[in-house]
Design a protein around this ligand. Structure first.
Ligand code: NDP
Ligand code: OXD
Length: 310
């Protein structure tokens, strides 16, 4: 019987074991550190695994990440050579991200952060309201998640553009791509949403010059990875008023340290990396589908390109 090893000290292991067993009844599920004989292991399912937990798994056929982002595997984890690394693509995960993006875009578009501040001061004041078509939204990253969020914002009537490495064709979403088109994309983005993967190329991409290129009083929503944001540059851009507000779900250090200035900043909304939470049942189903593909000699969905790091 093929064996799957679940390696994630941070997750509810019992819940995951049950979900994986339900989705993969023909597999034996083991939970690290009880790996048993390492030669038995065919598949690993991981989230922030201990650095050496995948050492000496000679028969490993694939590594499945519980997250869509796999940057955590490139910072010290010993990855077996020539074993495909597969990121999580799950409609339920995408749905959660899109909800998060829509919620926070609408919150800024409808001035809710300003009305919340007014309420704290007992101020009854109407603010001028733009129509969605007059609001330019910019989505960084038009992958599985960015595409979905961009399309749904466009359905709500917003004027939406996306920025990616390669050109895209999406109804009602203007495509900007490559380094040369970053600045024109930023110049028009009144609400900027970052849904990029963290790679050597995107690390620190939300920095002083990015913020300076945005229109005055733009908003920033960061739900990709904390490593995208140069935190001191964001604080400076908020404090000088160029950026009107920021919603941050991901941070350079998680949990966000108690003394961090973001916690109390009046223009910052902090959420604890919950933009979308991987669901054990739906995610196990996606893993099971990929294992079926592998067993039947079909191409896996979501294989990471090691050259691009995403
Ligand atoms: P995808 O790999 O499907 O998409 C990545 C997108 O980013 C692609 O459009 C890609 O361009 C673009 N991109 C990558 N590098 C560059 C670059 N150097 N310049 C311009 N564009 C670039 O990823 P997903 O949409 O599935 O996920 C995106 C990220 O969201 C994850 O990596 C993860 O970090 C984050 N995430 C956060 C969660 C949370 O709860 N906060 C939950 C889930 C995901 P191209 O299309 O041309 O290749
Ligand atoms: C992910 C995440 O990458 O949860 O899926 O951040």
């Amino acid at each position: 019987m093929p064996v799957l090893l679940f390696i994630s000290p941070l997750e509810a292991q019992g819940v995951w074991r049950q979900a994986l067993e339900r989705a993969l009844p023909a597999l034996e599920v083991r939970v690290w550190p009880d790996a048993g004989r390492r030669v038995d292991i065919d598949y690993a399912v991981v989230w922030k695994p201990p650095a050496d937990s995948m050492r000496e798994l000679p028969n490993l056929k694939a590594i499945f990440s519980l997250g869509a982002g796999i940057d955590y595997l490139f910072t010290g984890t010993e990855l077996p050579k020539d074993v495909p690394l597969v990121r999580m693509i799950d409609p339920a995960l995408t749905e959660g991200m899109t909800e998060y993006v829509l919620y926070h875009v609408l919150r800024y578009h409808r001035h809710m952060s300003e009305y919340e501040a007014q309420q704290r001061q007992g101020i009854w004041r109407e603010l001028p309201q733009a129509r969605p078509g007059d609001r330019n939204i910019g989505i960084m990253g038009l992958g599985v998640i960015g595409r979905d969020a961009a399309s749904k914002l466009a359905l709500l009537g917003f004027t939406v553009a996306g920025w990616s490495r390669s050109a895209k064709r999406l109804p009602q979403v203007r495509s900007f791509f490559g380094q040369d088109q970053l600045e024109p994309f930023l110049r028009r983005s009144e609400i900027l949403v970052c849904l990029l993967p963290l790679t050597p190329e995107t690390a620190g991409i939300l920095n002083k010059s990015t913020f300076a290129a945005l229109p005055r009083r733009a908003y920033v929503i960061s739900a990709g990875r904390g490593g995208h944001v140069v935190e001191t540059d964001l604080l400076a851009a908020l404090d000088c008023g160029h950026i009107a507000g920021a919603t941050l779900d991901v941070f350079e250090t998680e949990p966000l340290p108690v003394e961090h200035p973001f916690w109390d900043h009046p223009k910052v909304t902090v959420t604890p990396h919950i933009a979308s939470i991987t669901n054990p049942d739906t995610a196990s189903f996606q893993i099971a589908e990929n294992i079926r593909r592998l067993q039947q000699g079909e191409a896996l969905v979501g294989v990471v390109d090691p050259q691009r790091s995403y």
